[in-house]
Design a protein around this ligand. Structure first.
Ligand code: ADP
Length: 570
């Protein structure tokens, strides 16, 4: 009897894995080591794919982006102390972007805390600024409840980061199989998620009356609408009413960039002149110029649709509709249909936007048409754009970071499908690229992943190209290599003095760095290209192969501008 009882013991690692699986988790990102190696192994044994990285920062970025792409919290597993600290990068990025993510870290033995134990840290205190909710499981019996709580908090309301702390002594505890199942059942049945609010009839009526009276309405949508998977409802809204739309950078693709009503190429006009803006799942933060003059008209009336009541209270819009974007738009569309007032397609507002779009697009196309060698940013971006267009559907997921590379890429690269763009985001986080690539490939195995990033963005976590090779992920990383942060040494010679004046500029890297060889070191495919023919052939081959590749594109170090379009802030 005794041996029977022993064989049916469940250790804490298994209990965590079982709880995660019950909650529907099937992917995990992280770096193993003391005390969480068994946890990763148990998770794998229970059917969870564990993607092992080189550093927690990159795997944290992956977990956050995975949460965004799938709508279910991305999980990051880290070791104690320094592992937890490195993981804060991902957790903070999830908080800033409002993406669902859970970090699970091992921590030192509870009885030795405060005496200088191995990798000791008050991890609950360390994560505090970056989480919606955190919990330390002080005993194995608390595991199921703690796992469900962090997942539920991360994914409900405005999504964000949560943290689960499991001390090493708890990881070594066991319970019998029947106790384990009882704990899981009880925790599962006591799970509760706050219901999402419904908007009232009056609020919808007020929104419709405002839209109806508008002379120059605009629909703006962002990554909250993408989280809500509101693409069909947005399509209905703009096509039923004829109102032009403007996506935020990561909202791009919810409706195709090539849509007749896309005002992206007339952004300044659209936001500067609109009188009613229906903003769906996008914060009126720096990215949208706080919704204030001079970029916006001082008389613009905002209808804000957001899941977060605090966001509405902060912005004080003319009308705030609190709730899930998809559900609210459904109701709004239904009511608009019942009373078919529409702004006509021959309306002067639409005409002025369409004309401006045409003018700006043809100016940009003239720039793009030139083959400039050594490469500026435009010529290689056109070649990449055309190669991506050639792939059709399913469109690749595009990962973009860097100053000029991201700025130019945002205007030139075309997004046709929802949730196919990941960039530096709300925080302007650089170094996210490789983690995002891995998350995207894991989240959407049918899609190719194409990163278009600067050499400095790539360098943050270039070692993760090994991870791409190890898991054979279909990721093509195109590095715009201009030899540094912003490229060449742009300092005024008179500013350079002092004992270290002969050091390279703080913005410079080794010129001509062979980043493609880094990929080759692990058995992936590397390309070095410097002219249109070379780039075209490399991109075509790499896209067709759907294997890990780095294309090292030599860019003129003095092309582009310092700080890209953010010069005024540097
Ligand atoms: P962007 O960077 O695209 O402008 P933000 O991250 O600033 O977008 O804003 C996204 C907003 O969407 C956040 O305020 C968040 O609360 C909100 N949001 C998240 N999920 C939903 C949802 N399901 N429905 C409505 N709003 C949502």
């Amino acid at each position: 009897a005794e041996s029977g009882e022993k064989s049916s013991l469940v250790d804490c690692n298994v209990l965590v894995a079982k709880a995660l699986v019950r909650a529907g988790i099937d992917r995990m990102f992280g770096v193993v080591g003391i005390p969480v190696t068994s946890l990763a192994n148990r998770a794998v044994a229970h059917g969870i794919r564990f993607i092992a990285f080189h550093n927690e920062q990159s795997s944290g970025y992956a977990a956050s982006a995975y949460g965004y792409l799938t709508g279910r919290p991305g999980i990051l597993l880290t070791v104690s102390g320094p592992g937890c600290v490195h993981g804060l990068a991902g957790l903070s990025n999830a908080a800033a972007n409002a993406w669902p993510m859970v970090m699970i870290s091992g921590s030192c033995d509870q009885k030795d805390f405060g005496r200088g134990d191995f990798q000791e840290l008050d991890q609950i205190a360390a994560v505090k600024p970056f989480v919606k909710f955190s919990v330390k499981a002080k005993n194995i019996s608390e595991i199921p409840n703690s796992v469900f709580s962090v997942l539920d908090h991360a994914g409900s309301g405005r999504p964000g980061g949560c943290y689960l702390d499991i001390p090493s002594d708890v990881l070594h505890q066991t319970v019998t199989e029947s106790e384990a199942n009882k704990l899981l059942d009880e925790a599962e049945s006591s799970r509760k998620i706050d219901p999402i609010k419904n908007v009232t009839k009056d609020e919808i009526a007020k929104a419709i009356s405002l839209i109806r009276k508008a002379e120059r309405p605009l629909v703006v949508f962002g990554k909250g609408a993408a989280m809500a998977r509101a693409e069909d409802e947005l399509k209905d809204l703009v096509e039923k009413t004829g109102i032009p739309f403007l996506p935020t950078p990561m909202g791009k693709g919810l409706l195709p960039d090539t849509h007749d009503l896309a005002a992206t190429a007339a952004r300044s006009l659209a936001i500067g002149k609109c009188d009613v803006a229906i903003v769906v799942g996008a914060r009126l933060n720096w990215l949208l110029h706080f919704g204030e003059p001079p970029k916006w008209s001082k008389d613009v009336k905002f209808i804000l649709i957001d899941i977060d009541e605090e966001e509405i209270n902060l912005r004080k819009p003319y009308l705030g509709l609190i709730g899930d974007a998809k559900r609210i738009l459904k109701v709004l569309n239904k009511e608009i249909k019942d009373d078919p007032f529409c702004i006509g397609r021959s309306h002067p507002w639409i005409e002025s936007i369409t004309n401006k779009v045409k003018e700006n697009v043809s100016r940009m196309e003239a720039q793009l048409a030139k083959d400039v060698v050594p490469f500026n940013f435009m010529t290689p971006m056109r070649i990449i754009r055309d190669a991506i267009a050639g792939l059709g559907s399913p469109a690749p997921i595009l990962v973009s970071e860097g100053a000029n590379t991201m700025d130019v890429g945002r205007s030139v690269l075309v997004q046709m499908e929802p949730r196919t763009r990941l960039d530096a985001g709300t925080w302007g986080t650089m170094g996210v690229g490789l983690g995002y690539c891995i998350a995207a490939a894991v989240a959407s195995p049918d899609r190719l992943v194409v990163a278009v990033e600067g050499d400095s963005g790539f360098g943050f976590s270039a070692m993760e190209v090994e991870t791409l090779v190890r898991y054979q992920l279909p990721v093509v990383v195109i590095v715009f290599n201009n030899g540094g942060v912003y490229g060449g040494d742009r300092r005024n010679p008179e500013e350079i003095s002092g004992p270290y004046k002969d050091d390279p500029a703080p913005t410079s890297f080794v010129p001509g760095a062979a980043y493609h060889v880094v990929m080759e070191a692990f058995g992936g495919k590397g390309y070095l290209v410097g002219n249109p023919e070379e780039l075209k052939s490399a991109v075509d081959e790499a896209f067709r192969a759907r294997k890990p590749a780095v294309i090292n594109v030599t860019i003129d170090p003095f092309a582009g501008a310092e700080s890209g379009r953010m010069q005024h802030k540097n």
